[in-house]
Unconditional design. Structure first.
Length: 139
């Protein structure tokens, strides 16, 4: 809805569990009640350790995904690779946009998820020299 920041802020505790709603009312940006973006940032900061969606948008989550893919006992199926690629692309592109990771790191981490055999094919097919970051541009 196109509400002004003040009324919008005052509605948030109504959509929370009672104890969370009371806590939200103690936040400085809620009390001032005039800056929606500041309130959202403060709220995310307060609850980031408990928010599984925010945890999924971290470099550590990506590294864990890559390791799990790499350490599978058997070669993953095409659908498992597809699922990995889709989620990795979704999560990592956000981190690249926010400059949490570089485009070079993004590609390097992605390639680590694959077996050496598949990784070597990808390096050759995409003309990637991992020691030369410029070769990972637009991969």
């Amino acid at each position: 809805m196109d509400w002004f920041d003040g009324p919008r802020l005052k509605k948030v505790p109504l959509y929370c569990e009672k104890i969370i709603g009371k806590y939200v009312k103690t936040l400085g940006t809620y009390i001032r009640g005039n800056n929606w973006e500041g309130f959202v940032a403060e709220l995310k900061s307060e609850f980031e350790d408990d928010d599984s969606e925010q945890q999924r948008n971290t470099e550590a989550f990506l590294q864990n995904m890559v390791q799990q893919m790499r350490q599978q006992q058997q070669d993953p199926s095409v659908s498992e690779y597809g699922s990995f690629i889709f989620e990795y692309a979704e999560r990592s592109s956000l981190l690249v946009q926010k400059s949490v990771i570089s485009a070079h790191t993004w590609v390097f981490m992605f390639l680590q998820a694959f077996s050496d055999r598949i990784g070597d094919k990808l390096y050759k097919r995409c003309n990637i020299d991992i020691d030369e970051p410029a070769t990972t541009t637009n991969v």
